[in-house]
Design a protein around this ligand. Structure first.
Ligand code: SAM
Ligand code: SF4
Length: 486
């Protein structure tokens, strides 16, 4: 599935599967999971459904969008569609969208303009995801060549919507957000051959004043621990050793089953599944982040040494205006909790600069928070006013050039912090899950448990998908350099 560049997200540094294999569901597991290296093959089910058509799916946005696209692809494949690499080769063109910042949403309409001509060739064009939810049926007015508009909270209805399209209906919508169901699929077409993503909680019940997610993804819904663990067992049987649990506020997880597992218990149960070697989770909300999560990481080495804990601002005044539900001091207590763990845990964050009313002094507080927290990496964004959000009524008074200046200052500061932190690892030996091979001879790449990118040399012939030890010889702000320690 084509992956568009992550829009307007400035990153400084380190950066359901319920496979019922029926007779007509005759796809090879290797193809389904993309566990093979090299070029992606077109995939489809053999059997009576195979003649349905072809689809091209393009994805913008966050990991949750990526994973939604994997599930959408699974639904289409199970209906007999075949996935292709280009819009030209497809009968159905789907565009999974992001509306977190304005430019991301604008991009959707310019891309839809490019697709206009294709509809004349009889192709069906659909808009999925957050822009679909936000703009709703207005999309049909702005882009009448679109036939399907489906928000992320309505994906569970996708099979019915596809049936309507197949029956010749030209305006099909799925725009509910009041669903209390999650998007369960019989099958997920996973794109990443080394790491399996798994949504455990959808939507968001927080109310950050700048954020569209509660409007576009609907209220918080947790999947049952039984369904999650069943899927992890299936993933392990397929050969995945690393899983990443996803949610907008992943640690707000509330098991709907009587078993009532806490998030930290779920982490331990996932790590306990035979074959699983690494468990990641993102994104954690500071207000729901407790000592029990740190204790779980301390007690179970399979839980990765990494917590992504977005702070957004270092100023309590700005945090209040953002409705973030914690102060600078309360956030720093969580940082202390993580930094005092028995083994080092990498800490990363998200920051918005230029929120309405952010003074130079507020911004300085964010810079000083970087000093205090010593993040291993961060995503930074310029504030972007979004429809339906409370901050829309606040005066977006900070000029664009000033937002850009603050972003650059923040990133420079963080780059220096990362340079020093990464260099301090020189001489250490780290475990790397190898996920890339360079065109240059003997050059490989992969990630540590702390999610640091490691570029290293090795004389080995094949390392992809294996865990190796690498001795760190040097570092940049964004990666470690090393050599295979055999
Ligand atoms: N749920 C996560 C949390 O609470 O931190 C964040 C999810 S959001 C998809 C990812 C990041 O986008 C946020 O952490 C925030 O930094 C950024 N973001 C969200 N809305 C934004 C806006 N209106 N302008 C700029 N950045 C925004
Ligand atoms: Fe948006 Fe806040 Fe929910 Fe994160 S916690 S998704 S920033 S509303």
């Amino acid at each position: 599935m084509q992956r568009a560049a992550r829009p307007h997200c400035e990153r400084t540094g380190v950066v359901n599967c319920d496979l019922r294999m029926g007779k007509s569901f005759d796809i090879g597991l290797q193809q389904l999971t993309r566990r093979e290296a090299g070029a992606r093959p077109d995939v489809s089910f053999a059997g009576p459904l195979a003649a349905r058509g072809t689809f091209f799916l393009e994805t913008f946005g966050c990991q949750m969008n990526d994973h939604d696209s994997e599930k959408v692809a699974g639904v289409l494949l199970s209906r007999g569609y075949r996935q292709v690499e280009t819009p030209e080769a497809a009968s159905l063109i789907l565009y999974n969208t992001c509306s977190i910042r304005e430019k991301a949403a604008q991009k959707v309409f310019s891309r839809l303009g490019e697709y206009r001509e294709k509809q004349k060739d009889g192709k069906i064009i659909g808009v999925l995801g957050c822009v679909a939810q936000q703009e709703g049926e207005d999309i049909f007015e702005r882009a009448p060549w679109v036939s399907l508009v489906c928000g992320s909270a309505s994906y569970r209805k996708l099979p019915e919507m596809l049936a309507e399209l197949e029956a010749g209906n030209h305006r099909v919508t799925g725009l509910d957000t009041d669903t209390d169901e999650t998007f369960e699929t019989e099958m997920t077409r996973r794109d990443n051959p080394w790491r399996a993503y798994l949504t455990i909680i959808e939507g968001c019940d927080k109310a950050c004043s700048y954020c569209v997610v509660p409007y576009t993804r609907g209220p918080e819904r947790s999947r049952s621990s039984e369904a999650i663990l069943r899927e992890v067992h299936q993933l392990a049987a397929l050969g995945y050793s690393e899983v990443q649990l996803l949610g907008q506020t992943v640690n707000s997880y509330r098991d709907p089953r009587p078993r009532g597992m806490r998030f930290s218990e779920l982490l331990l149960a996932v790590a306990d599944v035979p074959g699983i070697r690494r468990v990641r989770f993102t994104t954690s909300h500071p207000s729901d982040f407790g000592q029990d999560i740190v204790a779980a990481i301390e007690s179970e080495p399979k839980l990765c040494d990494h917590v992504h804990l977005p702070v957004q601002s270092g100023s309590t005044k700005v945090l209040q205006a953002m409705q973030r539900t914690y102060s600078r001091e309360e956030y720093l207590e969580k940082v202390d909790m993580i930094r005092s763990a028995k083994r080092p845990i990498a800490l990363t964050t998200d920051i918005i600069v230029g929120f309405p009313g952010e003074t130079e002094a507020d911004f300085e507080e964010t810079l000083s928070l970087l000093e205090d927290a010593q993040y291993d990496s961060l995503f930074s964004f310029k504030y972007s006013p979004r429809p339906n959000t409370p901050s829309l009524s606040m005066n977006d008074s900070i000029p664009e050039e000033e937002k850009s200046r603050r972003l650059a200052v923040l990133q420079d500061k963080q780059r220096e912090i990362q340079r020093v932190r990464n260099l301090a690892l020189t001489g250490e030996t780290v475990e790397v899950l190898v996920s890339g091979k360079s065109r240059r001879e003997n050059q490989w790449a992969g990630y540590t448990t702390s999610h640091r990118l490691v570029n290293f040399t090795s004389q080995a012939h094949e390392l992809l998908g294996t865990y190796v030890h690498v001795r760190v010889t040097d570092a940049t702000p964004n990666s470690l350099l090393g050599e295979h320690a055999v």
